[in-house]
Write a protein that binds this ligand. Structure first.
Ligand SMILES: O=C(O)CCC(=O)C(=O)O
Length: 233
């Protein structure tokens, strides 16, 4: 059986630890995933969190999975969390509805797990999927490192849907000195190993035709293993 990464025509490795899988999802798969996201968002609506500095994010977000990434809102009393109690953290419930996050669509959870296993991460579990909606033209995400997780070892796997974007990657030391790569609908960007802690952000959106999202803009789905413990399968 061919491994996921054997087809060099859809693989790019700009630096060690960053892998871009071009056209990983066909148009049909993108529409199917979008339909699942629409259903999921009815149970876990998008919200606009505040950065630790107090400003609103320019993108809206929600989550699915055992853990969801949130910022700013006070946790419900007694809510289990990982990270900063009043800042960037993972928690098990939606900060507005107070309900547990819906499950990650099985096709997405198993796809991310297959990618991680291809990288040798046999213990990998898809525990959290952060869903970012970037409205066109102003949606962007500042340079940051993913360090809210208890688990800073396993791959971060991000799927793109909708408008293309410039994904900016720095180094593990700084947001400077890296490179830009354009991500398109259906692409997957993986940060693992030497690049797990690389600075990264989304600096610009490009409108695409035909639009995948009715209202334009981009959705990214970032699947992560958040804790160091994995349940037995
Ligand atoms: O939208 C993306 O491609 C990146 C998302 C991201 O870096 C994050 O949510 O931490």
């Amino acid at each position: 059986m061919l491994s996921l990464f054997d087809n060099e025509s859809y693989l790019e490795r700009p630096i060690a630890g960053i892998i871009i899988l071009r056209h990983h999802w066909s148009k049909e798969q993108q529409h199917t995933m979008l339909a699942m996201i629409r259903t999921l968002v009815k149970a876990a609506p998008f919200f606009t969190p505040k950065m630790n500095g107090g400003q609103n994010f320019t993108q809206q977000l929600t989550n699915c999975g055992e853990w969801g990434w949130v910022a700013g809102e006070q946790p419900y009393s007694g809510t289990e969390f990982i990270g900063e109690k009043h800042g960037y953290r993972y928690q098990r419930i939606h900060p507005v509805t107070g309900k547990p996050w819906p499950a990650i669509p099985p096709a997405l959870a198993s796809d991310a797990r297959a990618i991680a296993q291809t990288l040798g991460e046999t213990e990998y579990q898809s525990q959290s999927c952060l869903i970012n909606y970037y409205p066109f033209p102003n949606g962007k995400l500042g340079m940051h490192q993913d360090r809210t997780e208890q688990n800073l070892r396993n791959a971060i796997i991000t799927y793109s849907l909708g408008d293309s974007c410039v994904f900016r990657v720095g180094t593990t030391m700084s947001e400077a000195g890296g490179f830009n790569v354009k991500l398109h609908s259906g692409d997957v960007c993986i940060m693992h190993g030497a690049a797990r802690m690389a600075w990264h952000g989304v600096s610009k959106l490009f409108p695409t035709t035909p639009q995948l999202l009715r209202q334009g803009g981009r959705i990214s789905l970032t699947v992560r293993m958040v804790t160091n413990q994995c349940k037995m399968n």
